[in-house]
Design a binder for this molecule. Structure first.
Ligand code: FCB
Length: 452
């Protein structure tokens, strides 16, 4: 691929210094040190140690060894000129079996957050990026309503401990993935496979979110409070009403299943046509808790999915030929991001300000003569940032964008083979190397601050 440049159009919102540009990671994907300082086992330790669950049997046992190399990583991050860092806290690291604070684990995040602040970086902290303590899964995990209350206790405790060090708290990362891949398809931990579990898990995740919001606001009033949802664009090459309904259902299942309860205090009823009999148990008052006002909504976007009707109530995914794809096999489709943002703005009158909390791609990167030419990623970032710019021009209140990811890391069921970072990690030596994408983003941000 020819060498790409990174230069947003002169009138792009990206040139506005208040438009936040950051990079993101998650605890289990980078930290390693799974047995240190009293950390308890998580569902991802169990799942990834189970033969056949991850590519090459990879686990997060060492990952990027960030738990020990965090100072160097903060230096690197700050050298990119970004304005913010999105990280997650490992629940099993900070809470003991009997629900007390684990001060050794908490100390890690305290020093990390202080170092980020000292570098002038804003801190976007996710409380739950998929690493449920295993002892809670042993009692039913998110299918058990009690886990929602346990999550609220954790949110209460950690926001007291870390108050004043966080700019924005996000309760959950991608409840759709936790519910669907964790309890429906079984692709993710804990690997359960029943749609009835998935819908009940979703309800308890969202309930946990709503309960946590109250504590976060009370304990840390100066921080923003929100949640992060993954969204997908669904289209169909079948232009018939049946084909278009399939595409509509795809988006309903992926996007509205999560956004409607949060922003309309109800689940879309068509879900129960798609999954007859899978309606979760909802207690009086739950939907009001779930629909508590948000300061921001985090949106994670990666690709478009093409579907056709399955001839019954649902849809089937059919891969399009001849489209650009990433190392994950995901279609590169920037306009999907613009389209979805404009649609949410139209459909949800109370849509809070949006941050793109994840966007990026995996490439099969290698260091050659000290350099990593990730040209496809540069082009991907350019095009998706332009899609965001267009959404802003169309009236959507998007305030920032986080690249997934700061560095190559443990990509869940795909292990270490899939490289999403703008910084390359050599897992044998733990050497970090800035990819060309990181260098161009850095250069752009330097130019931007010189202009402002
Ligand atoms: C998202 C996850 C994130 C990362 C990217 C590629 O679904 O939130 O941790 O794995 O996908």
């Amino acid at each position: 691929m020819v060498e790409q440049t990174f230069s947003p159009p002169a009138d792009s919102v990206l040139w506005n210094k208040d438009f936040l540009i950051g990079a993101a990671t998650a605890a289990y994907q980078i930290e390693g040190a799974i047995h240190e300082d009293g950390r308890l086992p998580s569902i991802w330790d169990t799942f990834s140690a189970t033969p056949g669950k991850t590519l090459a049997g990879d686990t997060g046992e060492v990952a990027c060894d960030h738990y020990h190399r965090w100072e160097q990583d903060v230096e690197l991050l700050a050298s990119l000129n970004v304005g913010a860092y999105r990280l997650s806290i490992s629940w099993p690291r900070v809470m003991t079996l009997d629900g007390q604070p684990n001060q050794k684990g908490i100390a890690f995040y305290r020093k990390l957050l202080k170092a980020l602040r000292a570098k002038g970086l804003q801190t976007y902290v996710t409380l739950y990026h998929w690493d449920l303590p295993q002892h809670l899964e042993d009692k039913g995990g998110w299918v058990n309503r009690d886990t929602a209350y346990k999550f609220a206790e954790y949110a209460d405790m950690i926001s007291r401990e870390l108050k004043g060090l966080v700019d924005a708290w996000a309760t959950l990362n991608e409840p759709w993935c936790s519910a669907m891949h964790g309890y429906g398809t079984g692709h993710h931990a804990p690997g359960k496979q029943d749609v009835v579990f998935a819908t009940q898990a979703m309800h308890h995740l969202l309930l946990g979110h709503g309960l946590a919001v109250k504590h976060l606001r009370a304990n840390d009033p100066s921080a923003q409070v929100g949640i992060v949802a993954n969204v997908g664009r669904g289209t169909s090459t079948d232009s018939s009403a049946i084909g278009q309904r399939a595409a509509w259902l795809f988006e309903l299942q992926h996007n509205n299943w999560v956004l409607d309860p949060l922003l309309k205090k109800s689940y879309p009823s068509a879900l129960w046509e798609l999954w007859p009999g899978a309606e979760p148990t909802i207690l009086n008052g739950d939907m009001d808790i779930i629909g508590a006002p948000l300061d921001f909504l985090g949106i994670n976007y990666y690709f478009r999915t093409n579907v056709v009707s399955d001839g019954k109530h649902g849809y089937t995914e059919v891969d399009l030929e001849g489209v650009e794809r990433t190392q994950m096999g995901w279609e590169v489709y920037p306009d999907g991001l613009r389209h979805l943002l404009v649609g949410f703005h139209r459909d949800y009158p109370n849509l809070p300000p949006i941050y793109i909390t994840e966007n990026g791609m995996a490439t099969d990167d290698a260091v050659v003569d000290g350099e990593v030419h990730d040209e496809q990623r540069i082009s991907f970032l350019n095009r998706h940032l332009e899609a965001v710019n267009q959404a802003v021009k169309a009236g959507v209140d998007v305030r920032g964008y986080f690249i997934w990811s700061l560095m190559d890391n443990f990509e869940w069921a795909f292990g270490y083979e899939r490289r999403f970072g703008i910084i390359h990690v050599d897992y044998a030596t733990q050497k970090r190397t800035l990819k060309r994408s990181a260098k161009l983003v850095t250069q752009f941000l330097a130019e931007r601050s010189a202009k402002n």
